[in-house]
Design a protein around this ligand. Structure first.
Ligand SMILES: *Cc1c(COP(=O)(O)O)cnc(C)c1O
Length: 388
């Protein structure tokens, strides 16, 4: 991730795989907050949460300091504790699994669909047990997972569905917006994502109890509601902690950037779709690669363009493109390949589809300010490699 952020500040000739779009209006919105009274815990936070809810079908949001914090908060809201099991997709950034492990959960990786890279319904069904508390799906590359079916699988097991929607804010599944389907949905606003607050994230849930627990965990677990306090007569200053929490509050300064960015989410989505379609067309006749599919019922926000490179040539193409100033990336090594999971006993071979997907995956540059000429440069780089 640090690499991608660094990529954002290098010379114009280098194309990163992702980068932010920041306008003078965004800068103005941030400056206005900096001149005001509330740098944090103020009205810009409430506004950003309300603005986000306009993109989740009205489901409330809790702004936090990162997508990782959002996952940590979501698992806390779900009451994850040592001994619980969390069924998770391995085709993700490590945080989806790491934050569950930090609560003491045993992460059970279930394989993905070979074409979309999203959590397989069959694999998730086979992985749940009576200890499963959460099924964690990821909308890989911005293409929503089979959220309705996964929701049923989770609920039948007495578990909640958590949707890591770090890639897919603004998308929908079967006509329902991301954020309105899973029990808990998390977003990331890292600069490479669909909108940015520099660092930031959010937890979205329609369940009043999960929402209250998420809000509490974000703010040290502090209980301010007198009717909920054990010692309400202590004094007007009194707030008390019933369960441990952390400080994951997203400041007003960054929430103002988020609200300003959100007003262009539709534009970002449209441009991302255009670039995605341009790549698809350009590679349609190329034997050496597979282009990303789209399922019926999915309205993706293409965060990544995951090209799949056949015949073991992914690394060579990666180096070929990097050598031409094209900042391709690989998303992701299966989460359990990280030594921290290996040391816990997880072995390669666990999720063959995820491993096969990883072996071929190459993320091409995709961000709203990429020009058609930039896209054509990437296309020529790829086609040139195959002598096409
Ligand atoms: C980016 C990302 C995260 C973590 O978000 P941060 O804001 O970088 O902490 C989690 N899951 C997925 C799938 C991501 O892409």
């Amino acid at each position: 991730m640090a690499e991608s952020a660094a990529g954002n500040s290098t010379t114009a000739a280098f194309l990163p795989y992702g980068r932010q779009s920041v306008t003078d209006e965004d800068i103005g919105a941030v400056a206005e907050v900096l001149r005001g009274d509330w740098l944090t815990t103020g009205p810009a936070v409430t506004r950003f949460e309300a603005d986000l809810a306009e993109h989740t079908g009205g489901v409330p949001a809790v702004a936090v300091t990162s997508g990782t914090a959002a996952l940590h908060v979501a698992y806390a809201a779900a009451g994850i504790k040592p001994g619980d099991e969390v069924v998770a997709s391995p085709m993700t950034f490590v945080a989806t699994a790491a934050t569950a492990a930090l609560h003491g959960a045993k992460v059970v990786f279930a394989d993905v669909e070979p074409d979309t890279g999203n959590l397989s319904v069959e694999a998730a069904s086979a992985a749940v047990t009576d200890r499963t508390k959460v099924v964690a799906a990821v909308d890989y590359a911005g293409h929503p997972a089979e959220l309705d079916t996964l929701s049923r699988v989770a609920h039948e097991a007495g578990a909640l569905l958590l949707e890591d929607a770090a890639h897919s804010v603004g998308g929908s599944w079967q006509g329902r917006p991301v954020g309105s389907i899973a029990d808990l949905t998390t977003f990331s606003f890292f600069p490479t994502k669909n909108l940015t607050t520099a660092e930031g994230g959010a937890v979205v849930t329609a369940d009043a109890d999960l929402l209250r627990r998420a809000q509490a965990f974000r703010n040290h677990g502090l209980v301010r509601d007198k009717t909920a306090q054990r010692y309400p007569d202590e004094g007007p200053w009194h707030q008390e902690v019933h369960e441990f929490g952390l400080n994951y509050r997203l400041p007003d300064v960054l929430c103002a950037l988020g609200s300003s960015q959100l007003s262009r989410l539709g534009e970002f989505k449209k441009r991302r779709a255009e670039i995605h379609a341009r790549y698809n067309t350009a590679f349609a006749d190329l034997d050496g690669v597979l282009t990303p599919p789209s399922r019926e019922g999915a309205d993706p926000v293409w965060h990544l363009y995951p090209l799949r490179v056949r015949e073991g040539r992914r690394r060579a193409l990666f180096e070929h493109l990097r050598g031409r100033g094209i900042g391709v990336q690989v998303n992701y090594i299966p989460a359990y390949w990280h030594p921290v999971f290996e040391d816990l006993g997880y072995r390669r071979g666990l999720c063959p589809n995820a491993e096969a997907y990883y072996e071929q995956e190459l993320s091409l540059p995709l961000f709203p300010s990429l020009t058609d000429a930039d896209v054509d440069r990437v296309v020529e780089g790829v086609r040139g490699f195959f002598g096409a």
